[in-house]
Ligand binder design. Structure first.
Ligand code: FMN
Length: 200
């Protein structure tokens, strides 16, 4: 068993960073993230594994109080804007839908680009945690507008927008979100693991 400073615990002993990482919504609006920290977070993300090392992930970011911020922030649905306004940076994660396998004559559709980008997101979030930041992924945004606003080629899939911030007091949040502002749990791992085949 492992436990963490945020009241999470695991049945089997795991590295505490897996429990320490969580997705808060209350962020300190005054926190400024340095280029050094941001680049360290992206550095970790791009060490994720990917199918034949195709590295399909791309990261489009904006830091708070910069001209680029509103271009990313305006893509979020109002519920997410309500809390992500406190983040220090927003990151749009996109993945290349084609890749050129070794020996192939040209790019081919990639089976695993989203899976690979998901690994990158996980690494990003863990590195952010290690640096004292929190990363919170969002699917609640306008995908079609993201392609236009950010000039994303149609050969990429816009995967998620990630808010990165310093944990703030939950009184900063709209009241309905204050009640939910705590690390959640997980189903028992035994429910999810099957030996030898899928059992429903
Ligand atoms: C791909 C993805 C999309 C998500 N979309 C949203 C979102 O739009 N808004 C939100 O508040 N949280 C969003 N979340 C956060 C999840 O609700 C959260 O990760 C989940 O409840 C597990 O909690 P934890 O990250 O604190 O462990 C998203 C998470 C992921 C991975």
């Amino acid at each position: 068993m492992s436990s963490s400073t945020n009241n999470r615990s695991s049945t089997y002993a795991i590295d505490p960073i897996f429990l320490e990482r969580w997705s808060p919504r209350a962020f300190d609006r005054d926190a400024v993230i340095s280029d050094q920290d941001l680049m360290t977070i992206f550095e970790a993300a791009h060490w994720a594994p990917s199918s034949f090392n195709s590295q399909p992930w791309r990261f489009i970011y904006a830091r708070k109080d910069t001209p680029e911020w509103s271009r990313l922030f305006d893509l979020l649905v109002p519920m997410n804007q309500g809390w992500a306004v406190g983040a220090s940076a927003l990151v749009v994660l996109v993945s290349a839908t084609t890749a050129q396998p070794p020996g192939a004559p040209g790019p081919m559709p990639s089976y695993s680009h989203s899976f690979d980008a998901g690994a990158g997101w996980a690494y990003l979030a863990l590195q952010a945690t290690r640096l004292g930041w929190h990363a919170h992924a969002m699917a609640g945004f306008d995908v079609e507008r993201a392609y236009e606003a950010l000039d994303v080629p149609k050969t990429y899939r816009v995967e998620t927008i990630i808010a990165i911030g310093r944990l703030g007091d939950k009184s900063l949040l709209p009241p309905p979100l204050q009640e939910r502002e705590q690390p959640n749990g997980r189903r028992p791992v035994e429910e999810l693991v099957m030996e030898g085949g899928f059992h429903s």
